[in-house]
Design a protein around this ligand. Structure first.
Ligand code: PMV
Length: 348
């Protein structure tokens, strides 16, 4: 039975894809499988107060506070999300949601908050739903939360569990689904137990082309089928590397994925660029540093200009020194965020 008034709070992290999701079909079905590290420092905290409506049109209503203030510009995304998930959680139609949300990272940092925020809200909703189905197992709870999060933002379905999560069907993934993210259950070498991600903030402005527009440019893209098969083979190769701990090969796969993602943007019709000159300057510095020191550091990019530096915790001192000495100069206002792989979302 659902109470007339009930409150739920969750923290959900951001994630960074090693094999990228780029291109989707109707219903937020990914065109290729992806695999990501769940982060920990970059996260969203969301509290949702569910209040039963006295009357209404069976559509969920909501009020949103972002960092304590109304943000009308965020409302369309939440409204679309609630409309999309209503068929899967119809009880929502009887409720008004008072959503209060905040990010651990600055909103205008160029770090996408859609994954962590959609995951946190989905967890609040799924926790309320569990009251209707008290027999819901922990696994079913996580799958439902991830399923709903996917409908908010595809990559959000990988922000529920950790530290490695896959989304999409692939021969090497047991239990992989296009409908929700799954904690990676294959063998993982100890070099990946404590993976660091330092996010270099190259450009904090608004992106010129949104991810939604980018995904849709993969429809009819002249390299689409090659890209999707590349993601499949990179994922196969990555599962081997996760097992054998070959960090040289890891860098090759992860960097190739990042550059292929941006190559898709550069060869879309119309074409566009999200990298900035400083993105390229940083990449070249990383290659030079890795060649001369043999420190196992590599980069990845999401759909933006910022650079994610991935390295094992055992190399942290050397890499942080390198960042301070050589890379900070290329960051907007010298800013970067120190993050690391983490266990997934947490009830507050
Ligand atoms: O979840 P979306 O629709 O914002 O797409 C995210 C796509 C990338 O971040 C570029 C890649 C990924 O797999 O996370």
């Amino acid at each position: 039975v659902l109470e007339d008034q009930w409150i739920s709070s969750w923290r959900a992290p951001s994630n960074i894809a090693l094999v990228k999701y780029w291109g989707k079909y109707e219903g937020q079905i990914p065109a290729n499988p992806s695999l990501s590290f769940t982060l920990s420092a970059s996260h969203t905290n969301t509290t949702t107060l569910f209040e039963k409506k006295v009357s209404g049109d069976k559509m969920p209503t909501f009020e949103l506070l972002f960092e304590g203030k109304p943000r009308a510009d965020f409302n369309p995304k939440i409204a679309t999300f609630l409309r999309r998930i209503l068929p899967y959680s119809p009880w929502l139609g009887e409720y008004n949601l008072k959503i209060s949300t905040e990010n651990s990272f600055p909103h205008s940092s160029g770090i996408a908050s859609s994954a962590s925020s959609m995951a946190a809200l989905s967890l609040c909703i799924t926790e309320m739903e569990r009251k209707l189905i008290p027999s819901m197992s922990e696994g079913a709870f996580l799958r439902k939360a991830s399923f709903l999060a996917r409908l908010g933002s595809g990559s959000a379905c990988r922000s529920i569990e950790g530290p490695l999560v896959s989304w999409g069907e692939h021969e090497k993934l047991t239990g992989g689904s296009d409908l929700f993210g799954t904690a990676y259950s294959g063998p993982v070498h100890e070099v990946f137990r404590d993976t660091r991600d330092t996010i270099l903030l190259v450009h904090k402005g608004q992106k010129t082309v949104s991810s939604t527009a980018g995904h849709s440019l993969m429809n009819g893209h002249q390299y689409a089928s090659q890209r999707f098969s590349q993601a499949h083979s990179n994922l196969s190769a990555l599962t081997e590397v996760l097992e054998n701990g070959d960090l040289h090969r890891f860098a090759e796969i992860v960097e190739s994925e990042a550059l292929s993602l941006h190559a898709m943007m550069m060869t879309s019709v119309p074409y566009y660029l999200l990298m900035k000159p400083n993105t390229l300057a940083i990449i070249e510095k990383i290659w030079e540093f890795r060649r001369s020191t043999q420190v196992p550091v590599c980069f990845t990019l999401d759909a933006g200009a910022n650079v994610h530096l991935l390295y094992p915790g055992t190399s942290a001192d050397k890499v942080l020194q390198f960042i301070k000495n050589e890379l900070v100069a290329y960051c907007e206002k010298g800013q970067y965020i120190c993050d690391a792989s983490g266990p997934g979302a947490k009830k507050l």
